[in-house]
Design a protein around this ligand. Structure first.
Ligand code: DX5
Ligand code: ZN
Length: 236
C-alpha cells in the first residue's frame, strides 16, 4: 500500500446536525485532513461556510484543516480563517490578475484567468506564511497553469476537476493533462478536488496527484473506511 496518497474529507457533504461525530467519523475512517469549502455567492454561485464553522471543527479534531477559499478578495479573510484554526489556506489564482471577458462580470461563471499577477498573489502568500501556515494555489479547470513563477513559494497546488460551487459534480478528465504537466515541474503537494470517486481516482493518482479531496464519494459511502483504503492503495 502506498503511504504517499492522502485523503482529504470535504465536509460539504457532512451531516451538519451532527458535525462533531461526522468529523470523528473522518478520523476513524483514516482521512488525514479536513477540507472546508468556503463560498461567497460571488466567486462561485453558492454560499456555504465561514470561519465560525472552522472554529467549531477545530474544537473537535487535531487533523489539519484546509480552507478552500472560493471567495472574492481572499486576502481580507486570511487572518480570520487562521485565527479560527485553519492550517492550509488555499487561494484561487483567478483572484489575482485578469479574468477572461466571459467570466469578468457579476454572475459569470466559472471564473477563469487569462493572466496572473504574481506580485498581488505574493502579498497574500506572505500573509499566510507570516502566520506560519501552509499556502496552496487553486486553479479552475479552464484556467491554464499560469503561476510557475510562484511555484517555489507555495506548499501545494489544488487542481479543480469540476467548476467550483457544488459537490456531486462530474469529474472533468481534461484536467489530467494539467496534473501531469504540473507534476513534471512541481515537487510539492498536488491536490485534486471535484468528482473524485472509484472510477476517476486511479487516473488522478497516475497523473501525479498525491492528495485527493472527496465530499460525496466519502460521505455517501456506507463504509468510508473502505473508501480511504481504496484511495490510498492506488498506484502512482
Ligand atoms: C466544489 C468543492 C469541492 C466539493 C467536492 O466546489 O470545492 O471540494 O466539495 O465534492 P465532490 O467530492 O462531491 O465532487
Ligand atoms: Zn473544495
Amino acid at each position: 500500500m502506498s503511504n504517499s496518497i492522502k485523503v482529504n474529507a470535504s465536509v460539504l457533504c457532512a451531516d451538519f446536525t451532527k458535525l462533531e461525530s461526522q468529523i470523528k467519523m473522518c478520523e476513524d475512517a483514516g482521512a488525514e485532513m479536513i477540507h472546508v469549502d468556503v463560498m461567497d455567492g460571488h466567486f462561485v454561485p453558492n454560499i456555504t461556510i465561514g470561519p465560525v464553522i472552522v472554529e467549531a471543527i477545530r474544537k473537535t479534531t487535531k487533523l489539519p484543516i484546509e480552507a478552500h477559499l472560493m471567495i472574492e478578495n481572499p486576502g481580507l479573510y486570511i487572518d480570520d480563517f487562521i485565527n479560527a484554526g485553519t492550517d492550509i489556506i488555499s487561494l484561487q489564482v483567478e483572484c489575482y490578475g485578469t479574468r477572461t471577458k466571459e467570466s469578468r462580470g457579476f454572475g459569470q461563471y466559472p471564473k477563469v484567468s487569462e493572466s496572473f499577477d504574481a506580485q498581488a498573489a505574493r502579498v497574500d502568500i506572505a500573509k499566510v506564511k507570516a502566520r506560519g501556515k501552509k499556502v496552496f494555489l487553486v486553479s479552475n479547470p479552464a484556467t491554464p497553469l499560469c503561476f510557475d513563477e510562484v511555484l517555489k513559494e507555495i506548499d501545494g497546488v489544488l487542481v479543480m476537476s469540476v467548476n467550483p460551487g457544488f459537490a456531486k459534480q462530474k469529474f472533468m478528465p481534461e484536467v489530467l493533462e494539467k496534473i501531469r504537466s504540473l507534476r513534471s515541474r512541481f515537487k510539492g503537494d498536488i491536490e485534486v478536488d471535484g468528482g473524485v470517486n472509484a472510477q476517476t481516482a486511479p487516473d488522478v493518482i497516475k497523473a501525479g496527484a498525491n492528495l485527493v479531496v472527496s465530499a460525496s464519494y466519502f460521505f455517501g459511502s456506507p463504509n468510508p473506511e473502505d473508501v480511504v483504503k481504496f484511495l490510498k492503495s492506488l498506484p502512482a
